[in-house]
Design a protein around this ligand. Structure first.
Ligand code: ADP
Ligand code: MG
Length: 589
C-alpha cells in the first residue's frame, strides 16, 4: 500500500460497526435497549441459529413514524439527545445513535413499526447499503419489530470469530437476562429456535425478578439505600445461598449491567463475617445515579461507568449491607446459634463442602451479633430463643389451645413447629405426627424424579470444564441427550465442555457438579436411578436447615400423603403419637 488514504465512508462504517456489533448478543443488547427506551411493556427476543441467522426483537413501545423510520438506521441518528451536554440529563439507555447503523452495516435489517396501530411501515436495508432496499406500508399493532438477518454474511473475516451457535445463543441469553434483571416491570420472553426458553413476567420488585431469573426462590433480601444524587437497590442472598465464585454477583448502573468490581467488593465487604471464608454471596446492586454524576460514554458497549464520586456510593452500599445483616440476625440469635452448632456438627461429619449449599456454618457475624446482644444487656446464650419467636410460639400455643377447646382436635393438618433441627411437627385429627424433614424430602424428590421429567434451570453463567480422558469425552458425546433428559444440558465448543443447565434447585459447587456428572459413567444402564438418588440426596433439605413455616407445612402434608413413607435407604419418614397416649403419659384423663 502506498501512503495515507481516507477510507471510503462505507468501509469506515463497516469497520466502526465492529466496535458496537461484534456478535449476536450485541444485537440483543442494543435492540432491548431501544425497546426499553421506547417504554415497551412486553418485549420478545427471538433467535434462530444462535442469532447468526436471525435476531429479532419485538416490542409494544412507542413505535416510529415513517419519517423516523427512514432516518433511524443512519449513522448518528438518534431521538434521544441533541448535543453532548444532553448527556448530563439523559436517562435513556441509548444516546449515540449508532446501534442500528452498525447493525445495518453488518447484516440485513428489517423494521416494522407503528406509532398507533393504524398506520404501520416496513423498511428493509443492507447489508452495508446506504439507501433502503424497501419501504412500504404494512400492518402492525403499536410498537416495533426489528430483525437482523444473516449477521456478517458479507464479512467473512468477522464471521470467523463467531463461536458455535449454541455458544452464541448462551451469550444472547446472558444479554437478555442482564436487561431483564434490571427492568422488572417489563414482561420479557426469550424464544430460541421456535421454543420459549424464558418467560419473565412483570413483577413489582427487583428481588422477585432476581428470584425468577436465577431460580433462588428463598433467602433473598432487598435493601434500599439513598444518598446525594444516587439511590441503590441491593438484592442479596443470605448466607444460605453462599457460592464459591462471584459469578452470580451483578452490578447495574442506570439500568445497564456494568463491570464494576469495586461495587461487587462493596457488597462483599458489607457481608463480611456472615459468609464462610472464601465464599461469596449471590446478588445484584442496582445503582440509579443522576446522569450528570456518571459517565457512560467511555466504553463502546457502555459496559463501564465512571462515577464522579465512587467512594460515597461504595461506602453507602457496604454500610447498608453490613447493617442489614446485623439487624437480620440479631433477632434470630438463639435460633441461629443452635443451627450453627448443628451445621458445624453436620459439616464435621460430612466433610467441608463449599457450594450452593444451604447449611449455615459458624460465622464471625453471628458471633458479633451475640456479643452485641450481651452488651445491650440481654442475656446472651447458646439456646436462648429470640423475643419474636417466643411471641409467635405463644400465639401458636394460644391458637391451638382455642382450637382444642372448640373442636378438641384439628380436622386439617396444622403445622405445630419444629424440633431438634430435624423434625417437623404436624397436628392432625387426634395425632401428632413427627416427620423427619430430610428423609421426607428425599423420598418425595426421589418419587418425583423417577416419575416426571426433571425440571431444569438454565444457568445464568454456564460452567466451563475440561475432561481428563478420551473416555470421558466419548461418554459425554454419547450420552448428551440422555443427560439432557436428566436435567443436565452440556455443550462442547472449541475451548472445551460447558454445562448450560442443571436441575432446578441443584446446590453443589461447580467442581463437585462436574465430578458427579462424570461419575455417571460407571452407572451403566442405571443412569436415571443413580442420578435420581444423587439428586435427592443433594437437593433434599438437610438436618439443621430451617424451612419457613409454609414450606414446612407443605413438606409435612406431602410426607403424610406418601404411599410408601420410607426414604430411599429404607428409613421411615415419620412417626406419630396419639392424643390418647400423650394424655396418658401425663395422667390427664
Ligand atoms: P440510540 O438508541 O442511541 O438513539 P439507535 O441506533 O439504537 O440509537 O436507534 C436510533 C433511533 O431509532 C432511536 O433514537 C429511536 O428513536 C429509534 N428506535 C430504535 N429502535 C426503536 C424501537 N424499538 N422503538 C421505537 N424507536 C426506536
Ligand atoms: Mg439504541
Amino acid at each position: 500500500m502506498d501512503g495515507i488514504a481516507i477510507l471510503a465512508p462505507e468501509e469506515a462504517r463497516r469497520i466502526a460497526a465492529g466496535e458496537v456489533i461484534d456478535r449476536p448478543a450485541a444485537l440483543v443488547r442494543e435492540f432491548l435497549d431501544n425497546a426499553i427506551d421506547a417504554k415497551a411493556a412486553n418485549i420478545d427476543i427471538t433467535l434462530e441459529e444462535g442469532g447468526c441467522k436471525k435476531t429479532e426483537c419485538s416490542d409494544d413501545g412507542a413505535g416510529m413514524s415513517r419519517k423516523d423510520l427512514e432516518l433511524c438506521w443512519h449513522t448518528h441518528a438518534t431521538s434521544k439527545i441533541r448535543a453532548l451536554a444532553d448527556l448530563d440529563t439523559a436517562l435513556t439507555l441509548g444516546f449515540r445513535g449508532e446501534a442500528l447503523a452498525a447493525a445495518s452495516a453488518v447484516s440485513r435489517i428489517e423494521i416494522i413499526t407503528s406509532t398507533d396501530g393504524r398506520e404501520a411501515w416496513q423498511l428493509e436495508t443492507g447489508p452495508g447499503g446506504s439507501s433502503p432496499v424497501k419501504l412500504e406500508q404494512t400492518r402492525r399493532t403499536k410498537g416495533t419489530t426489528i430483525r437482523a438477518l444473516n449477521l456478517f454474511e458479507s464479512i467473512p473475516a468477522r464471521k470467523r470469530f463467531l463461536k458455535r451457535e449454541g455458544s452464541e445463543a448462551v451469550l444472547c441469553r446472558q444479554a437478555f437476562i442482564d436487561k431483564a434483571l434490571a427492568f422488572n416491570a417489563i414482561n420479557f420472553r426469550f424464544i430460541q429456535d421456535g421454543k420459549l426458553k424464558d418467560f419473565l413476567p412483570a413483577v413489582s420488585s427487583k428481588k422477585e425478578r432476581f428470584a425468577a431469573a436465577t431460580g433462588h426462590q428463598n433467602f433473598l433480601h432487598e435493601i434500599n439505600v439513598t444518598g446525594d444524587g444516587f439511590s441503590a437497590v441491593i438484592v442479596l442472598g443470605g448466607p444460605e445461598l453462599y457460592r464459591n465464585d462471584r459469578r452470580q454477583l451483578f452490578v447495574f448502573a442506570n439500568g445497564r449491567r456494568v463491570h464494576d468490581f469495586s461495587l461487587i467488593q462493596a457488597m462483599e465487604y458489607g457481608s463480611q463475617g456472615w459468609f464462610p471464608n472464601g465464599t461469596h454471596p449471590v446478588g445484584a446492586v442496582y445503582v440509579e445515579v443522576d446522569p450528570s454524576l456518571a459517565d457512560f460514554n467511555i466504553h463502546p458497549a457502555k459496559r463501564e461507568v465512571r462515577f464522579r464520586d465512587p467512594g460515597t456510593i461504595h461506602h453507602a452500599v457496604s454500610g447498608a449491607v453490613k447493617s442489614f445483616f446485623h439487624n437480620l440476625y440479631l433477632g434470630r440469635v438463639g435460633k441461629d446459634s443452635r443451627r450453627d452448632a448443628e451445621a458445624q456438627r453436620t459439616q464435621r461429619e460430612e466433610g467441608e463442602e463449599v457450594g450452593r449449599d444451604s447449611r449455615r456454618p459458624q460465622t464471625e457475624g453471628l458471633k458479633e451479633a451475640q456479643r452485641t446482644r450481651r452488651e445491650e444487656g440481654e442475656e446472651g446464650g447458646e439456646f436462648k430463643f429470640s423475643y419474636d419467636s417466643a411471641i409467635s410460639a405463644s400465639l401458636r400455643l394460644r391458637e391451638s389451645f382455642s382450637q382444642c377447646l372448640c373442636e378438641s382436635s384439628s380436622q386439617f393438618p396444622v403445622y405445630a413447629g419444629r424440633v431438634f433441627g430435624v423434625f417437623i411437627l404436624i397436628e392432625w385429627g387426634d395425632k401428632l405426627y413427627i416427620i423427619d424433614q430430610h428423609a421426607a424430602h428425599e423420598r418425595i424428590l426421589y418419587d418425583r424424579f423417577l416419575k416426571e421429567p426433571i425440571p431444569k434451570q438454565e444457568l445464568l453463567a454456564p460452567i466451563p470444564f475440561c475432561t481428563d480422558s478420551d473416555d470421558e469425552d466419548a461418554f459425554l458425546e454419547k450420552k448428551r441427550e440422555e443427560l439432557s433428559r436428566l436435567g443436565i444440558d452440556i455443550e462442547k465448543d472449541e475451548t472445551g465442555w460447558r454445562i448450560d443447565a442443571l436441575p432446578s434447585d441443584w446446590r453443589l459447587g461447580d467442581a463437585a457438579t462436574v465430578k458427579e456428572i462424570l461419575e455417571l459413567r460407571t452407572a451403566g444402564e442405571n443412569m436415571a436411578e443413580r442420578w435420581a438418588a444423587t439428586m435427592c440426596c443433594r437437593a433434599a433439605i438437610k438436618d439443621g436447615d430451617y424451612p419457613d413455616d409454609e414450606t414446612a407445612l407443605a413438606l409435612g402434608k406431602e410426607a403424610l400423603a406418601l404411599k410408601d413413607p420410607r426414604c430411599p435407604h429404607g428409613r421411615p419418614v415419620w412417626t406419630e403419637i396419639s392424643k390418647e397416649a400423650l394424655y396418658k403419659a401425663v395422667r390427664r384423663d
